[in-house]
Ligand binder design. Sequence first.
Ligand code: ADP
Ligand code: ASP
Ligand code: MG
Length: 467
Amino acid sequence: MIVMKFGGSSVADAGKMRQVAALVTGARAQRPCVVLSAMGKTTDALFATARAAEAGAIDEALATAATTFARAERASRELFGTDSPHLASCVAALGAMRSELEVLLRGVTLLRELTPRTSDAIVAHGERIATTLFAALLAAQGVDVVHQDARTVMRTDDRFGSATPLRGEIRSLAALHIAPHLARGAVVVTQGYVGGTAQGFTTTLGRGGSDWSAALLGEALGAAEVQIWTDVEGVLTADPRIVPQARPIASLSPAEAAELAAFGAKVLHPATIQPAVDAGIPVTVRHTLRPRGAFTTIDPRRAAPARSGIAALASRGPVTVLTMTSTRMLEASGYLARLFAAFGQLGICVDLVVTAEVSVACTVEPDAPIERLVEALAGLARVEIARDRAIVAAVGEGLRGTPRTVERACRALGPITPELIGMGGNERNLSFVVRQQDAAAAVQRLHAEFFGEAAAPAPAGTMEATS
Ligand code: ADP
Ligand code: ASP
Ligand code: MG
């Protein structure tokens, strides 16, 4: 079997859903399990609805919810025509979901409290709406389809808002609720992003989490391939919104893909790769509207692509840079352990660390509890804080072994002076911390140097074409 995951833009309206249905029915021989995101922008709208309810603006909250459902009903009318039984059942299912959502929103307003648990129950409606429409569309086309509620399969812990999937349990539940349907030739349609606890509460895997759902189901079901269908021809050499000339990359190693995702390439959720890699399953990233176009393969069974230069660029910001200084660091063993223990206690994640003799600099998320960290480090180190920075990362297998890469990168940055440079934590990542306002220009300059028309040719045999 295969997993086919379609992102929000791929299921944004009736026309797109029809195209997705054509791709799914065209792949029936491969026994697809279809994982859907919410129709584009729906999740953002549902978060806004929840916030409005929390602020006591129930009319606004209900109006936003009504808009979301009106859009879904419009799409279902376009899909099924007005006197189809499929329209009637779709509208009934949408009505039931809308009533449930309204009850939740009124509860939030009454209490003026939006807990992560309630928030998950609210935002999961986006994916539930999308699969309701799509399963009905396949049924209307005569396909044997099973609409599987992800909450019965995607078992997670109860960290609402960014729940951790419980992979062993997901495997058993998928064997019970999904595999038999696939085995008899039915298409299974389920929600990405959404999970459920053992007690039956709705959870979510964090923004962008549908990719992760797809890989987890791929692992659980022993898929031959996990296909991530989106609005770009695979992973490109840079974010096309920053570099319009960015090119598709035919193949990436799992480590390169994970690194790019972690450093901001939104095309893949950072955790996606791991379950597929663990299970030796190839992941492909493809364009829903250009199914015959270029795509990217990330195949853990294959040797890393024979590339010694940069595969792609990514950037992430804003981040905050903390520079911790103390002369007590001089030749003091265990000092860094004590320093970072404070980060651990406050649950602060560190991305990039660079050390000098009496100081350590690192990047953290902008919403990290920095004041409390500074208090916790009092007496241990003086902390300087620089906000609104970004990490720009060049990623590629064996990057360190490629002559002159650092020199070329620094030269390409020109007037943009990096405040931190990190390399060698592994062999595939060269990272620069720049001011957030310079991040896009930094990516563009690096892209022109390493991938541009006028890119200086790399020394023979050190860089391979990436498309
Ligand atoms: P989906 O809704 O299908 O999950 P996303 O919006 O999450 O799609 O991810 C696709 C988007 O990721 C692209 O439209 C593009 O703007 C962005 N992106 C960022 N970096 C890259 C990259 N290196 N290659 C391709 N797309 C990228
Ligand atoms: N719909 C969710 C989001 O917008 C999950 C996803 O698209 O992957 O974050
Ligand atoms: Mg996504």
